[in-house]
Design a protein around this ligand. Structure first.
Ligand code: SIN
Ligand code: FE
Length: 293
């Protein structure tokens, strides 16, 4: 089995790929389902930003969200200057994450779309949740309101915990095997439902059959307590001051515990991949024998 975690000793967000550390290795590892782990890549929180590193900035949401294209901050209770300053911190993280992606994976440069960023100051462990929203169960990411039409979901995470506590994850089996197990139970969408959801503005664009199946896959995995208990998995600890990057639409993951994390989402078109056959869209199409987008 390929390595679940590939360590990269890089200390700057925009340090270019070096010769000893060939770019191909990172792209291959990432596309094959590894977590690229940068143990020494920290995001610096300024002294004046320190008050934001607290769950008390949250309103009803579990995360603060940031839209890099509009600069809008959501989910926080701050107003006025404090809100501007929080937006500044989010912007800095978003820029850093984009810099990291461009510098460490030149193959994807200029090809991805920048999604939202988030800051997650709440402790995960012990948080009450419905099974569907419970990210302590292994799952792949699929977004109900944002269909990807087969584009990849790549995320960069960074732990900024000031109390020395890691973010603890679990990584499950490769997507190929997840698909093997659950594909037979996946049902095609009800005729007309994708148009209805779109017209009712419940999705940002039409939900493709692929998106429909990925949402079901997410649910099947989380609901299956036997699967959760029995599946082969690796525990990983991401200490404060570390960063990691992963295709969350294909790598089974669960966040078990931890508090204070930044995240930036990217969407990558299939055509930008080195090995398209590894994309969940292609894996599911092979298993089901039909086109899904
Ligand atoms: C998730 O995507 O399942 C949650 C990741 C995290 O917050 O660490
Ligand atoms: Fe997830």
């Amino acid at each position: 089995m390929p390595k679940a975690i590939v360590e990269i000793d890089q200390r700057e967000w925009s340090a270019p790929a070096t010769l000893e550390d060939p770019e191909e290795r990172k792209v291959d590892a990432l596309e094959m389902g590894a977590v690229l782990f940068f143990p020494n890549l920290a995001f610096a929180v300024g002294a004046s930003e320190r008050p934001f590193i607290s769950p008390s900035i949250l309103g009803k949401s579990k995360n603060v969200s940031f839209n890099p294209s509009t600069g809008k901050v959501g989910g926080a209770t701050c107003t006025g200057d404090a809100l501007d300053q929080l937006g500044g911190m989010m912007r800095r993280f978003s820029d850093s994450a984009r810099g990291l992606l461009e510098a460490s994976l030149p193959a994807y440069r200029g090809k991805f779309a920048l999604g939202r960023a988030s800051f997650r100051p709440a402790e995960i462990a012990g948080r009450p949740s419905s099974w569907r929203k419970d990210d302590t169960r292994l799952h792949i990411d699929a977004f109900p309101t944002t269909p990807t039409n087969g584009n990849r979901i790549l995320r960069i995470f960074c732990n900024v915990n000031p109390d020395g506590k890691p973010r603890t994850w679990r990584v499950g089996e490769p997507f190929e095997r997840v698909a093997e197990k659950f594909a037979p139970a996946l049902k095609p969408p009800v005729w007309g439902s994708s148009t209805a959801l779109w017209l009712l503005r419940m999705t940002r664009s039409r939900r493709s059959e692929y998106d429909h199946l990925m949402l079901q896959l997410h649910d099947h995995m989380k609901r299956d307590t036997h699967y959760q208990a029995e599946v082969e998995k690796t525990d990983c600890e991401f200490p404060p001051g570390s960063t990691w990057m992963v295709f969350v639409d294909s790598v089974s993951h669960a966040a078990i515990s931890g508090q204070y994390q930044f995240e930036q989402t990217f969407y990558l078109p299939l055509a930008a991949m080195e090995q398209q056959r590894l994309a969940p869209l292609r894996v599911l199409e092979r298993k089901l024998g039909r086109q899904l987008v």
